[in-house]
Structures are given as structure tokens and as C-alpha cells.
Ligand binder design. Structure first.
Ligand code: SF4
Length: 276
């Protein structure tokens, strides 16, 4: 059960054992919305997912971008960012999860060069020498509607009009604009957490895709965040019901093509049989 949440009065099925969830990240909340079975694999069963070169790039690029703002504005150049990326990769490539990621040094080198090309795109979106972030890699552990949300917010700035802007870096490919709205789901949760913590409503959410590059911006206000708050209450209740009943229905869709668990997912197996 989710901590402090009351179970619904009528329970259709008695669980064989009560599943527990101490904290929830905005990303995992998004998983439940997309596919409850995926949420179970990740957040409840905690089944490991193979680390990909894309995740390694994301982790390393985030670290480099975070450190870029430790430096004086005059040093925030593409060459410095490349150096920070190389430095960060040297530090983390020995981690157990990244061992054996590259079959050869040539492939690692190609990956590194492609990563630097992506980082060069960053400067086409903004000039880091022209502003100082309010916060970077901000630990957002907050209780919200009876559940503890835990996540790390990439960056928060003050816009020229003094309002707060939340930015999330992405190294993957941006979705086409008409489909971009769902990608803001986690950022809206962060905006709510910021409003709860600081008593101040952020004015804008930004998804900064290095691949492209593409910048998606979403203005937010109290009305939208109130609606999100209600949506989350309903989501928490749905998660609580799933935990109580042990039922996490799979929701097959295009995401299955990238899902690390599809080989053990009954819905995927069924979809394959149907398509034969
Ligand atoms: S394969 Fe598809 S249906 Fe199964 S868990 Fe993954 S996303 Fe959900």
C-alpha cells in the first residue's frame, strides 16, 4: 500500500500479500499512467533493465551540463562542456552497470564523438554564459497527498520577469510537437512539488532535447497545477487499488517496441501470437 493512503472501502479481491511502495518518482508515476504492468516490473518487482548506450550518454551528459554551471560564465563554452563530458565519462565508465557496455574501444569512441555532437547542439538552444540557474540537480523529496514523491529536478531558473522556469534535459529524440504534451507529465509533478515547497508557482516548463536540437516550452499556472493535483489524487488511488489487489493490467502500445520487459510480458506474447 502507499504510505498513509486509505484503501477503498470495497476491495474486489483480497491480495495474497500486500505490496508496498514507500516512495514514488515522477517517472514511475508516468509509467503507471502509460502501462500499469510496466510500472509493476519497474517499481514493485524492481526487475533490472539492461543499461543501454543511450542511458550512459544521458547520465554522462547530465553530469557535464550540471558541472558547466559550477564554472565562471566566461568558461561556459562548447570546448569546456566537451571536456566535462570526457571527465564525467572517465569517472563513471568504471561503474558496474557500465562495464561491458561497449564491445570495442572503437565503438566507445564513436559513441563519445556522437555524444559531443549532441552536446554542441546545446549551445544552439541557449547561452549558458548569460544566466545563473537558481538550482541544479535539486533533490525533490516531498510528501504529496499522502505519498512521498522522490525525484531530481535538472534545473530551475528565474526568467527575466522574475518567475520560475523548470528545465529538463533530454538526450533522446524529441517527439513530434503534436505528441509532446505527455512528455511534460513528470515536469508538471515537479512544478507542483515546487509550488508546495516554495509557495511559488513556476511560470514555464521546458523540455530541452539535445537531439535535434528541440526546445518545447509549456506555460503553467495555478489552474493547470490544481488540475494536475486532482489528476494525481486519482492516479494515487488507482495505484493504491492496484497494490491492494495485485492487479496491474498491461496496456500494450507503441512503447512495447522499446520495453525491456516485453519478453516476459504476457500482453506482448499475446500480441505476437495474434499477429501470426
Ligand atoms: S511490453 Fe508493453 S504491455 Fe508489456 S509491460 Fe512493456 S509496455 Fe507494458
Amino acid at each position: 500500500m502507499i504510505a498513509n493512503m486509505t484503501a477503498p472501502a470495497a476491495m474486489p479481491v483480497e491480495p495474497m500479500e500486500t505490496l508496498q511502495l514507500e516512495t514514488l518518482s515522477p517517472s514511475r508515476a508516468g509509467d503507471f499512467k502509460t502501462c500499469p504492468q510496466l510500472f509493476k516490473f519497474r517499481a514493485i518487482d524492481r526487475l533490472p533493465e539492461p543499461v543501454t548506450i543511450h542511458q550512459a550518454r544521458g547520465t554522462t551528459a547530465h553530469l557535464a551540463l550540471q558541472r558547466l554551471f559550477d564554472l565562471p560564465t566566461t568558461n561556459r563554452t562548447p570546448d569546456t562542456l566537451f571536456d566535462l563530458f570526457r571527465q564525467a565519462w572517465t569517472e563513471i565508465r568504471g561503474d558496474e552497470e557500465f562495464t561491458d557496455l561497449f564491445p570495442s574501444t572503437d565503438e566507445e569512441r564513436t559513441w563519445g564523438l556522437e555524444s559531443l555532437e549532441l552536446l554542441a547542439n546545446y549551445f544552439a538552444i541557449e547561452d549558458p554564459a548569460t544566466f545563473e540557474p537558481v538550482a541544479r540537480e535539486l533533490d525533490m523529496t516531498e510528501e504529496m497527498n499522502g505519498i512521498v514523491i522522490r525525484g531530481i529536478l535538472d534545473r530551475m531558473d528565474r526568467s527575466p520577469d522574475g518567475s520560475l522556469v523548470i528545465t529538463d534535459y533530454k538526450t533522446g529524440k524529441a517527439p513530434p510537437e503534436p505528441y509532446a504534451l505527455p512528455a511534460f507529465f513528470a515536469l508538471k509533478i515537479y512544478a507542483l512539488l515546487i509550488r508546495n515547497r516554495l509557495g511559488e508557482t513556476p511560470s514555464e516548463l521546458r523540455l530541452l532535447y539535445l537531439n535535434g536540437p528541440t526546445l518545447y516550452r509549456l506555460p503553467v499556472d495555478d489552474r493547470q497545477l490544481d488540475a494536475m493535483d486532482n489528476q494525481l489524487r486519482a492516479l494515487w488511488a488507482a495505484i493504491d487499488r492496484a497494490l491492494a489487489t495485485g492487479k496491474f493490467p498491461p496496456r500494450p502500445g507503441t512503447l512495447c517496441n522499446w520495453c525491456a520487459y516485453r519478453d516476459i510480458c504476457p500482453a506482448w506474447a499475446e500480441a505476437q501470437t495474434d499477429s501470426v
